[in-house]
Design a protein around this ligand. Structure first.
Ligand code: ADP
Ligand code: ZN
Ligand code: ZN
Length: 779
């Protein structure tokens, strides 16, 4: 073996040289701070037979131990200029091995989202898996493969013959189970076979958890016959499901709510399974109800369906993960992070409601599950299906320009000839005038038109869903005296606090900041002038009070659904159950209720205030408003009853609201796309946003200014740098916030500029600096 390193001279030529093996390890905490520019550290393999993907613990600095993942294994060539004597050994293996394809995906994730490799690798594996939560080891038996060389006693021979007749698939198997399988009354004969060398004892690992994920109702469901339109999509998508790298393609399925998209997913997955391939289905966290996951679980009982969402215990998450890794489950239904599920031989990835903002992770690495799904499909030759009634403008644009591997499919009609419900826009200012003329005092959140429709629907035995997308009771507390003008704001944020009614605390009311989550009690009077306080602005709790006074329903027939009442997934599932049974007649909720629910008796959908999203200073405000109204409107009239939708707004002329009322996706997209193009905003461009946070305003500004200068100096022509400028919310959690935007015609240019800045050690992802590639929230 060639080796000219000077150290060689120190050893006698017959002594073994310290040639390793050596490994490169990506340290989990992210080693941006090590300022080496490299993403990995080098260690010696102390005989653990380490391979790329192995999760390990390694020493760092004088005393620290850190988790990491082996990215490369080899000989002295990994050392570079390091002296072998200085290279310390890995301490131990901690978990399983990340498959090669996921290692590659993590590498891409780190580069694309400008994040340390260790952080990207940590994202690919849930911590319950790294910590092996819930793992138990048991002893089990398996045949050694040897044949008896001597005559066996009759009883033992009988047991041995039965064992030989068993399916090889069932080994290794626990003693007791094997004894039962061969009809032995004790494990005695088995132990004899072990002593004779015919069976051997092995240790098997199993993951157990006490609380299981809800699997949906038992039973198998029968697939309906596809409609002509559905069949065309299924056949078209499956053409590409050939296998090998040829299987990659992205299919954007735009289908109105209730058009049978889910049935299309099910059929495509069925084909993949028939071909021996596995599948991942991503759904927005909140849509991960037993209603959705149960549909997949029932259809694919025999292939095994794993469910992954944030409501699982660590042990249950690990158990589901282990089922996937072992191949016991070939279909995974899960929220964002399920895109990293270790499904072998992946055939299909479905991303339902692909436009949904919850696919974006709001901590580093700030990845978008939908975009990772596309990359994973490309790396593993899998077919990617993106479905939505309201595709994101990004996907819509991709489907029209990258036509080499993007295909657009449409399901314009509801299954069974159902029509989309008529949507009525009501001007809330006009409603207030009418209410006033009817002699009503004060300004309620529910105008006369919506109130009348609600009364009619309930009287006729129907159910109703109302959307109010703002948490809390009153959104603004201030001094009653306009001359004083005091407004209650969060101490640590540049934002007003929201009054929440909360039966669990004394006084029943508290103030909460929706940005830093801090809480405080309501002061008895204005701290400046001692006059009384007034409560303005409607939150969902206040709307609930108004509704309960308005409708003639028992108190448990009305239910509010928001993140305050639905503390766990279990709460939410129970409410949906009661709604499905008809025990709840009126459901009032935040956007939690806008997605995926399919209840046939919902005859009225009301949007209490369509302007909450519209008024946000974000270039996607119109798009979000259009999506939200369209989605929630889709909850109405899903069966024989004609549905009805009422949208209350102070901007009845606004484009997204009018387009949603006409069910006019194409019209909306045409208008909105031309606005984006004119302003050079995504999807007409690509964007990265960097926010610098600091307790001192000047330091935040100076940091952002230095970053902007750096990015300008690195940017090729065509790349724009905007800023430094203060963020919309200038301070959160006692940190001032300044931002810089990088805007480029192509994603590759963004990666080049950010990659160069990172390589120089001048752009570091840490508590102070947040890098967000393809941002979805710009506050
Ligand atoms: P989407 O996902 O587009 O909202 P779904 O797949 O949930 O639509 O379908 C809406 C309803 O129509 C569901 O109740 C589903 O069971 C039913 N459905 C879907 N496809 C068919 C079909 N081909 N024949 C009969 N019913 C169908
Ligand atoms: Zn705050
Ligand atoms: Zn005052």
């Amino acid at each position: 073996m060639p080796d000219n390193s000077p150290q060689q001279a120190l050893f006698h030529h017959e002594e073994p040289a310290p040639q390793g093996p050596f490994v490169k390890v990506a340290i989990e905490r992210g080693i941006d701070k090590l300022a080496s520019g490299a993403d990995t550290l080098t260690y010696r393999d102390p005989g653990l037979d380490l391979r790329p993907g192995d999760m390990v613990e390694a020493p760092l600095g004088k005393t620290a131990k850190v988790g990491g993942v082996v990215t490369q294994a080899g000989g002295p060539e990994l050392l570079g200029h390091l002296s072998p004597a200085k290279v310390r050994p890995v301490l131990r293996k901690t978990g399983g091995r990340i498959p090669g394809s996921l290692l590659e995906l993590a590498t891409w994730l780190a580069r694309y989202y400008a994040s340390p490799l260790g952080m990207a690798l940590a994202t690919v594996t849930p911590s319950a898996v790294k910590k092996q939560t819930g793992k138990r080891t048991r002893k089990a038996l398996e045949p050694t493969g040897a044949e008896p060389t001597e005559r066996l006693p009759p009883k033992t021979r009988e047991v041995w013959e039965r064992i030989s007749g068993l399916d090889r698939e069932m080994f290794p198997v626990e003693h007791r189970v094997l004894a039962e399988a061969v009809g032995a009354t004790s494990v005695g004969p088995l132990n004899r076979l072990v002593r004779l060398g015919l069976l051997r004892e092995v240790v098997v690992e199993r993951v157990t958890s006490r609380v299981r994920a809800p699997g949906g109702d038992a039973g198998v469901d029968v697939a309906p016959e596809l409609t002509v339109a559905q069949r065309e999509v299924v056949e078209g998508v499956c053409l590409a499901l050939g296998g090998g790298l040829g299987g990659f393609g992205v299919h954007l399925l735009r289908g109105v709510t209730g058009s049978g998209k889910t049935e299309v997913y099910l059929r495509v997955i069925e084909r993949a399974l028939e071909g021996g391939k596995g599948a991942i289905v991503l759904v927005p966290e909140i849509a991960l109800t037993p209603q959705t996951s149960g549909r997949f679980a029932r259809r694919f009982v025999s292939h095994g369906v794993a469910v992954l969402h944030s409501g699982l215990s660590a042990a249950e998450r690990h158990r589901q993960w282990a089922m996937i890794a072992s191949g016991e489950a070939r279909v995974v239904v899960g929220a964002r992070s399920a895109v990293f599920a270790p499904v072998a031989d992946l055939g299909v990835i479905v991303v339902d409601e692909e436009h949904d903002g919850s696919y974006k992770q709001d901590q580093a690495p700030r990845y978008n599950g939908r975009d990772v799904a596309i990359k994973r499909g490309q790396l593993e030759g899998a077919t990617v299906v993106l479905g939505s009634a309201t595709p994101s403008l990004e996907s819509w644009a991709n489907a029209h320009t990258h036509s080499d591997f993007w295909t657009l499919w449409e399901l314009p009609d509801r299954v069974g000839g159902g029509v989309l419900p008529p949507v009525k826009i009501v001007d809330i200012k006009e409603e207030h005038r009418i209410a006033h003329s009817l002699g009503r005092k004060g300004r309620g959140a529910i105008g006369p038109t919506l109130a009348a429709a609600l009364e009619r629907t309930l009287k006729e035995g129907g159910q109703a869903i109302l959307l109010m997308n703002r948490r809390g009771h009153s959104t603004y507390i201030g001094c009653a005296s306009a001359a004083c003008g005091w407004v209650l704001a969060c101490d640590d944020c540049d934002a007003s606090m929201v009054l929440h009614k909360d039966g669990r605390i004394r006084g029943g009311e508290s103030l909460r900041c929706h940005h830093c989550q801090s809480e405080k009690l309501l002061p008895p009077a204005c701290p400046v002038c001692s006059r009384g306080l007034i409560r303005l602005g409607f939150g969902i709790q206040r709307v609930e009070e108004e509704l309960r006074g308005l409708v003639d329903l028992a108190s448990d027939e009305v239910e509010r659904v928001d993140s305050d009442t639905m503390r766990t997934a279990g709460h939410y599932f129970r409410v949906l159950d009661r709604f499905a049974k008809g025990d709840i007649r009126l459901l009032l909720g935040t956007q939690m209720i806008a997605k995926g629910l399919d209840f046939p008796n919902v005859r009225l959908v009301g949007v209490v205030n369509a302007d909450t999203a519209l008024s946000l200073p974000d270039f996607r405000a119109a798009e979000r408003t259009f999506q939200l109204i369209t989605q929630v409107a889709g909850r109405a009239g899903r069966a024989e009853h004609a549905g009805e939708v009422i949208v209350q707004t102070a901007s009845p002329e606004s484009d997204p609201i009018r387009a949603a009322a006409r069910h006019d996706f194409l019209g909306f997209v045409r208008g909105e796309m031309s606005v984006r193009s004119a302003c050079g905003l995504p999807p007409a461009s690509r964007m990265a946003r960097i926010v610098v946070r600091d307790q001192k305003a000047e330091r935040a500004e100076a940091g952002a200014a230095a970053l902007a200068d750096l990015l300008v100096s690195l940017s090729p022509p065509g790349v724009r740098v905007q800023g430094p400028m203060p963020c919309t919310i200038t301070r959160i959690a006692d940190r001032f916030r300044w931002e810089v935007l990088l805007i480029a015609p192509r994603a590759g240019l963004i990666q080049r500029v950010l990659g160069e800045a990172r390589a120089r050690g001048e752009l570091v992802s840490d508590a102070r600096t947040a890098v967000d590639v393809d941002p979805v929230a710009l506050m």
